[in-house]
Design a protein around this ligand. Structure first.
Ligand SMILES: [Zn+2]
Length: 162
């Protein structure tokens, strides 16, 4: 239901990746969007949403449509209490954005825990630097990724999250 709704709402994309991967799933319970704290996270600068309305397993069209509406024109969403979703103009880009986002959730979880343990906060990338970096890392330059490599990474990710 999620994939169908996003594809219907976004004719500009070819692929939607969604999984309950371990770091994304854990991060989704915090009820917050991704912080732009690393170069990799800059790929989601102003290009990721937090969908904070979990209403159980998505079996009906309404929930899928609500997720698609929240996603808007962005390439990624954190589905609160659920997992991650990314989309792309190619299969390769959607899978790359997903695996990169999973890694960003992992990194932020570690960084937040380390910073919190010292009574501090992580250092955020400035808007100016994030916007500049996004132009290099956040656009669909990853479309040149070899499909086989992405599919291997994807299958490992799915196996490790089940
Ligand atoms: Zn799901």
């Amino acid at each position: 239901m999620i994939h169908h709704a996003v594809h219907t709402a976004r004719p500009d994309i070819m692929c939607v990746a969604h999984s309950h991967s371990i770091y994304g799933r854990a991060f989704s319970t915090l009820g917050r969007n991704l912080d732009i704290i690393t170069q990799d996270a800059c790929a989601y600068y102003n290009d990721i949403v937090l969908y904070n309305s979990f209403k159980g397993v998505v079996l009906g069209a309404d929930e899928g449509e609500a997720i698609a509406k929240a996603l808007g024109s962005k390439k990624a969403a954190i589905l609160q209490n659920h997992g991650l979703l990314t989309c792309g103009k190619t299969i390769e880009s959607a899978v790359f954005w997903f695996t990169n986002l999973e890694s960003c959730c992992h990194a932020q979880s570690l960084a937040d825990a380390a910073a919190g343990g010292r009574g501090g906060e992580t250092i955020k990338v400035t808007d100016e630097d994030a916007a500049f970096t996004y132009k290099t890392t956040g656009l669909s330059l990853r479309d040149s990724f070899k499909q086989n490599r992405c599919l291997i990474v994807w299958s490992v990710l799915v196996r490790s999250s089940t």
